[in-house]
Write a protein that binds this ligand. Structure first.
Ligand SMILES: C[S@@+](CC[C@H](N)C(=O)[O-])C[C@H]1O[C@@H](n2cnc3c(N)ncnc32)[C@H](O)[C@@H]1O
Length: 266
């Protein structure tokens, strides 16, 4: 079912997410994102460590975007820049990252000099995915890693995404999803969609779904255990609490982690 939100509600909700990443979450993010500055869960295939698994989850984006060097890509919710730097460096892409956190935008700019981008290029803007500050058909492709969960109006974000993509543009999304009905306030500042709702919103906004998978088992349990080992029970109480809630929801069969590969319909 399509629900519409007014612009002020969206700006307020994105502002709250931005302040969260500017403030209470910043230090925990630094810890969980590690040296490679990737603030997301990892894709585990065996006994690799968290850092390698996070890099693997990012590389999976590249496997689903058939683009050569010099291609213009949009990173929706770029965090502190680690994924964009990895992809720019390894694939020669020219990536524009957006985040609603001013602190993260600064950190991401620093990451570009710290991590390097090889022959690729990364630029970062403080911007809201509900109101993308880009001209129509500006990008060949886009990706979003664990960021759309924060977006109040996914309908609008996908419409914006379609607008800024060139014909035939591709999108890859990794995101937490609800496997069963979760209370709307189950996780603070998050609005988790079910797998089918996600497919429907992509379809309604002009995207062909090339691939849709729930990969929760390969991602959630080992990522949350690795996160919990890094966090201090006193200093990071809120983040640790969130990890425990996520683990409980996964254990109860309520949480998944989806990968979508989309193509803009003509
Ligand atoms: C869990 S972090 C993931 C960061 C990054 N994708 C990574 O994998 O390292 C969520 C990110 O989504 C961004 N975000 C949330 N809502 C957003 C919005 N409406 N527009 C742009 N970015 C948003 C946050 O600012 C944050 O950077």
């Amino acid at each position: 079912m399509k629900i519409t939100f007014d612009a002020r509600t969206l700006r307020d909700s994105s502002g709250a997410v931005g302040r969260h990443y500017d403030g209470p979450f910043a230090e925990a993010c630094r810890l969980l994102g590690g040296r490679r500055r990737q603030y997301h869960m990892g894709l585990f295939t065996g006994a690799e460590n968290l850092e390698a698994a996070q890099a693997a989850l990012t590389e999976e984006v590249a496997r689903r975007l058939p683009f050569g060097a010099g291609t213009e890509l949009l990173d929706i919710g770029c965090g502190v820049g680690g994924p964009a730097c990895q992809l720019a460096r390894d694939h020669g892409w020219s990536i524009t990252g957006i985040t609603v956190s001013t602190h993260q935008a600064d950190e991401a700019r620093y990451a570009v000099s710290d991590l390097g981008t090889g022959l690729g290029r990364v630029t970062v803007q403080h911007a809201d995915a509900h109101f993308m500050p880009f001209t129509t058909s500006a990008f060949d492709g886009a990706y979003a890693i664990e960021s759309l969960l924060h977006c109040t109006d996914k309908e609008r974000v996908l419409a914006e995404c379609r607008r800024v993509l060139r014909p035939g543009g591709r999108v890859v999304i990794w995101d937490l999803i609800a496997r069963a009905d979760l209370p709307a306030d189950a996780f603070p500042l998050a609005n988790l969609f079910g797998f089918q709702d996600y497919r429907d919103v992509c379809d309604r906004n002009g995207f062909e779904i090339l691939l849709a998978q729930d990969r929760g088992e390969e991602i959630i349990p080992l990522s949350l255990s690795a996160f919990a080992r890094l966090l201090d029970s006193e200093k990071h109480r809120a983040t640790l609490h969130c990890c425990h809630q996520l683990a409980r929801a996964f254990g109860a069969g309520h949480l998944g982690y989806a990968l979508f590969q989309l193509e803009k319909r003509p």
